[in-house]
Ligand binder design. Structure first.
Ligand code: ADP
Length: 366
């Protein structure tokens, strides 16, 4: 079947309606109106008027007048209706054609292309939905590009270090020693950790990380994690303190994921605090939604106000070179944020440079 454009279809359907209307009018008029005229003449004769001499002429004149009237009605009416059908078909067809062109552009990768607003409400709603979809696609594409560029940057450093040492060892400019091998091993460990973190982050961002929520007691989990960390604090390092009411209600979350978040927050607190106290605190908020808050407060180096909005971004580190040496990948907080959100909570940070930071997150109560 030949493909006819929508605009033409609309135009022809309007024309068909018009032709049917006009033909009906003409056929019925042609058959019925002269007959009606003759009946009327007969009625007048019945009333006493003598029309027998002029009757054939009157009928003839009426026929001519009717035909001319019908002819001009068809010309003027048909022409106007045809023009209006054409304009209406164009009014609807043109935006659709434009929309199709823009859809093709977006499909080809021109993600900034947008459909303009239309005066027809239904088409306008379609345009708004399309533009929303294009904006989402643009965001996804931008994040993909950022991830690839961040990733390249992150992988390049350990690879350059490894390459340098291995070349030095190969051409004899570096003497093989246990320290050199340890350095090589630590760089490969870093690479492995980066790959693991990335896998976890991509799963968390895509929402594929399995979250098994269940009602459980935070008190038990918090004391377990605090004891584990207290054993790792170096001599003369910061002390760990747990402030937690024993009658804390149960929360509805995944204990393993909550532990993972706590390990990240406490690990950071330890890494960026040399002396003082690191406090793990919980409280309950009884607002419109009932929440348990868990906060990790340290007395460490703190975060500058300009840096605060970026801490949950992946690969972001306040001091890129130093954090890299200390093993940070800048992914931990991005994963924690996603894990908190997947469990229906929120995460926030408050910090003062040189005084310390508080990272807190909420979980729904059971
Ligand atoms: P990293 O593995 O580098 O610690 P994170 O995502 O956990 O990655 O943290 C990102 C950055 O946020 C860190 O590199 C550090 O600059 C800053 N940061 C996180 N926690 C703290 C904290 N408790 N005190 C000071 N800075 C912090």
């Amino acid at each position: 079947m030949p493909k006819v454009k929508l605009r033409m279809r609309l135009f022809f359907s309007h024309m068909a309606v018009m032709v049917v209307g006009l033909s009906t009018l003409l056929i019925i008029g042609k058959l019925y109106t002269p007959q009606l005229f003759v009946w009327e003449l007969v009625r007048l004769e019945g009333l006493g008027f003598n029309l027998s001499l002029v009757r054939p002429r009157l009928v003839e004149v009426f026929q001519v007048a009717w035909s001319r009237g019908a002819f001009w009605s068809v010309i003027v009416g048909g022409g106007t209706a045809g023009l209006m059908s054409y304009l209406a078909a164009r009014w609807i067809g043109k935006p659709l054609q434009q929309m199709e062109e823009i859809t093709r552009k977006v499909a080809k990768g021109e993600l900034a292309a947008r459909v303009p607003p239309y005066p027809i409400p239904e088409l306008n709603r379609l345009a708004v939905s399309f533009n929303r979809m294009a904006t989402t696609l643009e965001g996804v594409e931008q994040r993909r590009r950022d991830l690839v560029s961040d990733l390249t940057h992150e992988l390049r450093t350990p690879l350059t270090v490894l390459e340098g040492y291995l070349e030095g060892l190969a051409d004899g400019t570096i003497e093989p020693s246990p320290e050199i091998y340890l350095r090589l091993a630590s760089e490969t460990t870093r690479l492995r950790r980066l790959v693991n973190d990335l896998q976890e982050l991509s799963q968390a961002e895509a929402g594929y990380l399995p979250i098994h929520t269940q009602p459980f007691s935070l008190t038990h989990l918090l004391s377990k994690v605090t004891t584990k960390f207290a054993d790792q604090v170096p001599d003369g390092g910061p002390s760990l303190q747990l402030v937690c009411s024993p009658d804390l209600p149960l929360v509805l979350a995944d204990p393993e994921r909550v532990e993972q978040i706590l390990i990240n927050l406490l690990g950071n607190a330890l890494r960026y605090t040399s002396t003082g106290t690191i406090t793990l605190r919980t409280w309950v908020e009884m607002g419109s939604t009932r929440l348990a808050w868990i906060a990790v407060t340290d007395m460490g180096q703190g975060i500058a106000p300009d840096d605060l909005p970026h801490v949950f971004e992946r690969f972001w580190r306040a001091d890129r070179s130093r954090s890299r040496d200390s093993g940070g990948t800048g992914i931990g907080l991005a994963i924690s944020k996603r894990l908190v959100e997947l469990q229906g909570g929120t995460i926030a940070v408050e910090s003062q440079l040189g005084q310390g930071s508080t990272f807190r997150f909420s979980l729904p109560l059971a």
